[in-house]
Design a protein around this ligand. Structure first.
Ligand code: PEP
Length: 253
């Protein structure tokens, strides 16, 4: 099944008020590519201003707490993200799994909280270099997926999976097309096993050093339904050629 591609930028801990001009440039240019869903996940403190600056364009968060409210200093609930104007959130990014020691169970709870509240959720999984070199990348990522997937989708397809090999994030290194294809096919099979037909409708994004120079090839790989882009999403000049490549590739409608 050809799914509409989603190209989401992850600004991580980058972006000040002055960078709202870049958000606007990306949102404006994205209107030229209606065949692609484009989103920017900005730092939490910028969400409200970004959402106001670009009405109708998808602004997201980079994390969400699994509880609705409570004594959780520094955390942000799904309702707060929505209230600020976000329509999606990333959960389980490897930088959080590592630095914040987030477990699969926590990521699952965050995904469920986001979906229940009405956010689209991009759930990240990915293996370390040691695991890739040991030849157990697929089984490791599938185990991570099993532990992190929400219990049910409630008949919706607002969940996307981002396969992000840790060793490819911010390094300029990218797996071979064959390895990406193998992983995405395995993830697709597992999603269908878990969610039936709904699993066939979930987008599987690739993330890790996606650039204008490699986007065409990556979007041509079966079961690659978009990208989660870090460094190359900070400037419209780098990000928009990636969006354009997604619009040109097979699978868009
Ligand atoms: C990311 O952090 O989600 C990411 C894919 O980063 P980069 O594109 O910079 O590798």
């Amino acid at each position: 099944m050809a799914l509409k591609k989603l190209v989401a930028g992850n600004w991580k801990m980058h972006g000040l008020s002055a960078d709202l001009a870049e958000v606007k440039a990306i949102a404006d240019a994205s209107r030229n590519f209606p065949a692609v869903d484009v989103a920017l996940c900005v730092p939490a403190i910028l969400i409200e201003r970004a959402a106001r600056a670009v009405p109708g364009f998808a602004i997201g968060g980079q994390d969400v707490h699994h509880q609705e409210q409570g004594a959780h200093t520094g955390n942000i609930s799904a309702a707060m993200l929505l209230d600020a104007g976000a329509v999606l959130t990333i959960v389980g990014h490897s930088e959080r799994r590592d630095a914040q020691r987030e477990s699969d169970a926590e990521v699952k709870a965050k995904a469920e909280a986001g979906l229940t509240a009405g956010l689209q959720v991009i759930l990240c999984v990915g293996e370390s270099l040691a695991v890739r070199e040991a030849g157990s990348a697929v089984e490791t990522v599938l185990a991570q997926l099993d532990g992190s997937l929400p219990g049910s989708l409630g008949g919706k397809t607002e969940l996307a999976i981002a396969y992000e090999p840790i060793w490819a994030i911010g390094t300029g290194r990218v797996p071979t097309s064959r390895d990406i294809a193998e992983m995405h096919a395995a993830i697709r099979a597992r999603l269908v096993e878990r969610f039936g037909e709904d699993g066939a409708g979930l987008r599987i994004l690739y993330g890790g050093s996606v650039k204008p120079s490699n986007a065409n090839e990556i979007f041509g790989i079966p079961n690659v339904d978009g990208a989660l882009v870090g460094g190359a999403s900070l400037k419209a000049a780098d990000f928009m050629p990636i969006v354009e490549a997604a619009a040109d590739g097979p699978g868009s409608f």
